[in-house]
Design a protein around this ligand. Structure first.
Ligand code: MV4
Length: 455
């Protein structure tokens, strides 16, 4: 087993990885920017190294400084958490060239899945249903016009190097196509350094369901059930749950089977996620594969009773994990709410500042993953996630009522948070019934601004 792991992350996920290291008897090294000296991940680690200024490019995205910190401290491996370098094939490759294990899949696989058009092709070859669209990137405008005509409008333009909804455009008619292609290409070039674009048929009101997978890198993989992730705002997930309330047993079985088939075909070797869209006719389509640990992984931990991060580290270190033998049963229902330092009354404006008082919820079936403490100052340079509250219940109803109880119990003073917004969502009829898709938040917000008392 590894003796020492460097954690190239901050915030709650850095704490999450430190906790796994502790239980495995592995020493944990924290890295931090000058803005994060007082952060909890620094206080809880066995060792810590300051790697630069607050701007991510100077610290958490700075590959030479992170490698230097690993070499100075003698770390065997680096865990990237999520965000920052977690999906950088370049970083994984640099780790390998420096004889440091990158805890995640191979850099080749990350590169393949980072090209969203190549991932579509690979999953199509594995036999997964993909959304009708381009094979690879579109070559030029003429080809895009022809292809969009064949697919039928509306179509969606996506960046080959994108993912997670960044830089996407909906095109409703041929007249709009040219200008939207140019805008999307420019945006992709600026954001990702790659102007490559691909096209897909636009699905109007899909549900977003993802499957947690775990593979040995040799062509064997297991699923760890699905997560329903349709409750999003501007492509930021707000609430995730498992099992998905929107699908029956036969659709669930098919999604899970597709995910395993895709992971096995790709010879996936770590924890990962296969994302799907499910349309109103219950047709299933592969969307993308994520090669990192996801923010919402605790939902899966709550229904399976597994420690996914420990098993991910065990697999990377020893080449084996008991979790690969068979899928553990899923029991009960789990829900996660992401609490952000954002002001729902001011368009979700990020609201960093000093936490003057903090009282997390507790009691049966409640888990809180958070790096907060009273007196902590939330810096303005990074994402605004403050805490994840995850509740478990024997039934969805019990998990939801525990979540409402937990959100009411939670006190975070000093900065505005998204807690009131979560309570509002959880009390809607549609959420209670489990009848919602990816349009839910937009529809709810426009209903509220129009004064619909039932919204
Ligand atoms: C789509 C789509 C409809 N049709 N692709 C946005 C996030 C990114 N992962 C993919 N996204 C979408 N891709 C096709 N062909 C609708 C979305 C989408 C969405 C997806 C998941 C969750 C919320 C969403 C909100 C708006 C649009």
């Amino acid at each position: 087993m590894y003796r020492k792991i460097l954690i190239a992350a901050r915030g709650e996920i850095a704490l999450r990885v430190i906790r796994a290291c502790r239980e495995l008897g592995i020493r944990a090294v924290a890295v931090h920017s000058r803005a994060d000296s007082e952060s909890l991940h620094v206080k809880l680690a066995d060792e810590d190294v300051c790697i630069g200024d607050a701007q991510p490019a100077e610290s958490y995205l700075n590959i030479p400084r992170i490698i230097a910190a690993a070499e100075i401290t003698g770390a065997d491996a680096i865990h990237p958490g999520y965000g920052f370098l977690a999906e950088s094939a370049t970083f994984a490759e640099v780790c390998r060239s420096c004889n440091i294990d990158f805890i995640g899949p191979s850099s080749e696989l990350m590169e393949r899945m980072g090209d969203k058009a190549a991932a579509r092709t690979l999953m199509k070859d594995a036999g997964l249903p993909i959304i009708p669209g381009s094979e690879g990137a579109v070559a030029d405008e003429r080809q895009a016009v022809e292809l969009a005509g064949t697919i039928g409008y509306p179509v969606m333009i996506k960046a080959v190097a994108g993912g997670g909804g960044r830089g996407i455009r909906i095109v409703r008619s041929e007249e709009e196509l040219s200008s939207l292609l140019h805008a999307a290409g420019k945006e992709a070039e600026v954001s990702f350094g790659d102007a490559g674009l691909y096209l897909e048929k636009y699905l109007e009101h899909p549900r977003h369901i993802e499957v947690q997978i775990f593979g040995d890198g040799g062509g064997r993989a297991v699923h760890l059930w699905e997560r329903e992730c349709s409750i999003q705002r501007r492509h930021q997930k707000l609430i995730e749950e498992s099992p998905s309330p929107g699908i029956g047993a036969s659709i669930r079985e098919r999604i899970l089977e597709y995910a395993v088939r895709g992971a096995e075909h790709a010879r996936y070797g770590s924890l990962g996620t296969v994302e799907f869209l499910v349309d109103a006719r219950d047709d299933i389509y592969f969307l993308e594969m994520n090669t990192r640990v996801q923010v919402e992984h605790p939902v899966t931990e709550m229904v399976t009773g597994c420690d996914l991060i420990k098993e991910q580290i065990r697999l990377a270190s020893t080449g084996a994990s008991p979790l690969l033998d068979r899928t553990p049963p899923s029991r009960g229902h789990a829900i996660e709410c992401r609490i952000n330092a954002e002001d729902p009354e001011r368009g979700f404006k990020p609201s960093p500042g000093k936490i003057s008082f903090y009282h997390p919820p507790g009691g049966p079936g409640v888990r809180v993953d958070s790096h907060l403490y009273a007196g902590y100052v939330v810096p303005p340079y990074y994402d605004s996630l403050l805490a994840k509250i995850i509740t478990w219940g024997e039934t969805r109803e019990e998990a939801v009522s525990r979540m409402i109880r937990s959100l009411e119990e939670c006190v975070i003073e000093g900065v505005p948070t998204t807690i009131p917004f979560h309570l509002w969502i959880l009390r809607t009829d549609a959420f209670t019934r489990g009848e919602f898709d990816t349009s839910f938040i937009d529809a709810l917000q426009s209903a509220r601004t129009q004064g619909d008392p039932t919204a």
